[in-house]
Design a protein around this ligand. Structure first.
Ligand SMILES: CC(C)=CCC/C(C)=C/CC/C(C)=C/CC/C(C)=C/[C@@H]1[C@@H](COP(=O)(O)OP(=O)(O)O)[C@]1(C)CC/C=C(\C)CC/C=C(\C)CCC=C(C)C
Length: 644
């Protein structure tokens, strides 16, 4: 005989331990809350029902198959109310993890409120006026004639779909009436159907009555199961079906049915006698069909940001999977804003009558203005949008990156890192805006064209463009993964190279300093990889001071004229060595980030450092195409770092 507790020990605990191990680096507060909530709901909702069914002998537990009972319900059944949510939540998390938005976007967006900002009265939320136009979230434009407004995206209600569940409830009620031989009259209508099932309608009737209101209500509220959700539900349910029906451990030869194996028994007198699979009563399918509903918040702009990430960076596209959703959403929003602003400046085509440099400066000013306005207490969309629209070459996709950033990031990350990044863009602008012809560049005026003259210049630049991002990542981790004081308002100097030092090991100032070192390290790898490519647009980030002569600088800028053939090794390897040192000195700080951000930070750095490995494998030689690292190699590096 297979005892009920053995079912848990053999069939529920092992998959829970395995999935828990895989998901361990990301298992956080939210998951604990989900499990507690679902177990609690399962317990309080099911206990009275289960007691009633047991009192009616809907199913029974043969003597010796259970440890003991709380009222009529076996202790093991109570354990099941907890273990089943754990198993299904873990499965659901793993299956849906790769999705940025945990559910599909409904076709229609519901505009719920408008916020009118009155200088005297502050913010006032009012209902949307009849006839005012919809808000176009993607374009970030506000077509309603109001000073400003906030939009809330909600799941569309699904009253029609929920009717199916109301129907199930009615069927359930009819079966219960039939089973108990009740005769009810409403408005003269006799409700007993007289199906001739008698007590056999009992189990199905009560199961339907038990489950339909819950699923019906969730469906009405807008719940929809995604493709991945169906997979998680299907596999979880299939596993439980198998557990319920197959007693592997008990009898390998005959594979007797677990229900009949003695753990529990559904009374034939109270069930319909229809079997879906291997003597599994039809009612069982309903009972396990709760699945897991996950609360979620979504923004359409994130989809565009994900596309930008997919196109923009293989390393970060791989590394993003190592972060939990709450932090990943912020990372993707920051990435797309950085990528978009960087491209807007780099790829700018100036309008007639403007020089390249003027046009870039103008674009950067507008980006800064928009950034600063986004950090206002009540950022007025009516001010933000025209500022954004005034930036040249904006498309609906770039607008969505700005819109997403300004609606999400100011609550999570201080403005300073982004101002620093703008400072980095400004350094880039000091490079010639057009590739310079060899004849125009004299050895003696090189210095005027190239802003990175010393190692300090290089490290300051790397700190501006990447140290800043690293610090933003720390702030994002603290705001999304911890409950302690609001990191958005904690103060750090704007320029952080050289690092102020003196911060106590383990505190936030120290973590930020170390993260900036890691950011600089990544940027040095990036520079080493792109030496040849950057030179084609007259950008040279290798400090001038590290060249033996001015003609060696010209060799890098004009490799075709270099004699003998140019080797990049003397420049790339020292950059990588310095990057390695910075990495070694800063790595330890990752272990002081919030627990569920550590695996992601490690994966991000490791997957990026695969580029350095690849350059070393090529003995420091790079070319204009950059250095290709296969996705598998990156994924493997990220996975090792994640589960370290
Ligand atoms: C997982 C995920 C979605 C991460 C996104 C991270 C992010 C927000 C990156 C910003 C990227 C960006 C476009 C910045 C603009 C300036 C720039 C070009 C910086 C260079 C990045 C490379 O980006 P690129 O698009 O060129 O990518 P490819 O090389 O083509 O693949 C940089 C090299 C900077 C990257 C620096 C970081 C992401 C910071 C790393 C910091 C940590 C891992 C935190 C460590 C923490 C501690 C405590 C030590």
């Amino acid at each position: 005989m297979l005892r009920y507790i053995q079912i848990h020990l053999y069939f529920l605990l092992p998959p829970i331990v395995l999935l828990g191990f895989l998901y361990r680096p990301l298992f956080g507060r939210r998951d604990v809350l989900k499990i507690l909530w679902l177990s609690f709901m399962a317990t309080i909702y099911t206990t009275p029902w289960d007691n009633f069914i047991l009192s009616q002998m809907g199913w029974t537990y043969p003597p010796g198959s259970i440890i003991g009972r709380i009222w009529l319900i076996p202790i093991e059944e109570h354990l099941f109310f907890i273990l089943q949510p754990i198993l299904l939540i873990l499965l659901h998390e793993l299956f849906t993890h790769h999705r940025l938005l945990p559910f599909d976007l409904p076709n229609s967006l519901t505009i719920r409120t408008e916020a009118v900002i009155d200088p005297k009265e502050g913010r006032k939320d009012v209902d949307l006026k009849e006839g005012s136009e919809d808000v176009d979230l993607m374009g970030g434009r506000d077509k309603a004639v109001l000073k400003t407004e906030a939009t809330v995206q909600t799941l569309a209600r699904r009253p029609v779909a929920s009717l199916v569940w109301i129907l199930c409830m009615i069927v359930g009620a009819a079966l219960v009436i039939e089973a108990h031989g009740l005769e009810m009259k409403i408005w003269g209508l006799e409700l007993a159907l007289k199906l001739g099932l008698g007590m056999r309608a009992f189990y199905m009737g009560w199961i339907l009555l038990w489950i339909s209101p819950v699923i019906g209500w969730l469906t009405y509220l807008g719940a929809r199961v995604t493709k991945e959700g169906w997979w998680a539900w299907g596999i979880g349910s299939a596993w439980l079906v198998w557990v319920d029906t197959t007693g592997l451990g008990a009898d390998r030869v005959t594979r007797r049915i677990a229900i009949r194996n003695g753990a529990w028994r559904i009374s034939p007198e109270t069930s319909l006698g229809l079997h879906v699979w291997q003597s599994l009563p039809l009612e069982w399918v309903n009972r396990r069909a709760i699945g897991v509903q996950v609360d979620a918040y979504m923004l359409r702009g994130l989809i565009e940001a994900e596309k930008t990430l997919r196109k923009g960076s293989k390393s970060f596209e791989v590394a993003k999977l190592a972060f939990g959703r709450e932090m990943r959403i912020g990372l993707v929003a920051i990435y797309s804003w950085c990528r978009v602003t960087d491209n807007l400046i780099d790829d700018l085509v100036p309008a007639n009558g403007t020089t390249h440099t003027q046009a870039k400066r103008d674009t950067l000013d507008r980006i800064r203005t928009h950034l600063i306005a986004s950090y206002d207490k009540y950022p007025a969309q009516s001010y933000l949008d025209p500022t954004m629209d005034s930036i040249s070459d904006m498309t609906s996709s770039t607008k969505s990156a700005f819109h997403l950033f300004s609606n999400l990031i100011p609550r999570l990350v201080p403005i300073r890192p982004f101002l620093e990044l703008c400072q980095g863009y400004e350094t880039d602008m000091q490079f010639p805006s057009h590739p310079i012809k060899l004849g125009d560049l004299q050895e003696d005026n090189l210095v005027n064209h190239l802003p990175i003259k010393t190692t300090d210049d290089l490290l300051r630049y790397a700190d501006d463009v990447a140290g800043s991002i690293a610090s933003a990542i720390c702030f994002l981790a603290w705001s999304t993964l911890t409950t302690s004081s609001n990191p958005v308002h904690s103060h750090r100097p704007v320029r952080n190279y050289p690092s102020p030092g003196g911060a106590e090991r383990g505190n936030r100032a120290w973590i930020v300093d170390k993260s900036r070192e890691m950011g600089r390290a990544l940027q040095l790898v990036n520079i080493a990889r792109d030496i040849a490519k950057d030179a084609t647009i007259s950008r040279l980030y290798v400090p001038l001071a590290s060249f033996p002569s001015a003609s060696a600088v010209l060799d890098i800028l004009y490799p075709a004229s270099a004699k003998p053939v140019l080797s990049y090794k003397p420049y790339s390897i020292p950059l990588l060595d310095r990057a390695d040192t910075l990495r070694k000195e800063s790595e330890v700080a990752m272990e002081h980030l919030p627990r569920t951000a550590r695996g992601g930070a490690r994966a991000m750095a490791s997957s990026y450092f695969e580029i350095a490995e690849q350059i070393r494998r090529r003995h420091g030689e790079v070319d204009e195409q950059g250095v290709k690292v296969s996705s598998w190699r990156r994924a493997w590096a990220a996975a090792r770092a994640f589960w370290k």
